[in-house]
Design a protein around this ligand. Structure first.
Ligand SMILES: C[S@@+](CC[C@H](N)C(=O)[O-])C[C@H]1O[C@@H](n2cnc3c(N)ncnc32)[C@H](O)[C@@H]1O
Length: 141
């Protein structure tokens, strides 16, 4: 799924990986990005994240604690994979995503939570959000 989602990313583009974790998205990105910035508040993830970025891009990545540190209209693409389940205030994070994306930029996301309340769906589905939240991150921000 991620491979096909990320296939729209072109070499030379500036990519922000929100909630980069240990860097599983990195090997799926073009080697010749304009820039790769990881936003990862958990410092224990950073060593492996950095190793993966160096192996892929040949340079250590910028790693930010919070998306608010990223300049406005600076990103062609924001990646957000399996992160929003760990976030308390999803609206604030999405506002920040809109701020950092340049006009016409793309938000590429893979999530396994659903919005509260009724959601129209063509077929019955489970409601994974509460369990997913507790399993994903013990320290939601
Ligand atoms: C389940 S991991 C997903 C890692 C990776 N994106 C993936 O696809 O496997 C969620 C990550 O989001 C990070 N995170 C939690 N809240 C965050 C926030 N407000 N901003 C950025 N990252 C956050 C966590 O530290 C954790 O590394």
């Amino acid at each position: 799924m991620k491979e096909s989602l990320f296939s729209v990313i072109d070499p030379g583009e500036n990519v922000v990986d929100l909630g980069a974790g240990l860097g599983p998205n990195i090997p799926l990105l073009p080697k010749e990005l304009g820039s790769y910035v990881a936003v990862e508040p958990n410092k224990f993830m950073r060593e492996k994240l950095t190793k993966r970025a160096v192996a892929r891009f040949g340079a250590a990545p910028a790693i930010l604690d919070d998306l608010s540190e990223q300049p406005t209209s600076s990103a062609d693409v924001v990646l957000c994979t399996l992160v929003l389940c760990s976030v308390r205030d999803v609206g604030t994070v999405l506002d920040e995503v809109l701020r950092v994306l340049r006009p016409g930029g793309r938000f590429l996301f893979v999530e396994h939570v659903i919005a509260p309340g009724e959601v129209d769906s063509p077929r019955p589905r489970s409601r994974p959000a509460p369990r997913a939240r507790s399993e994903c991150d013990a320290r939601p921000r």
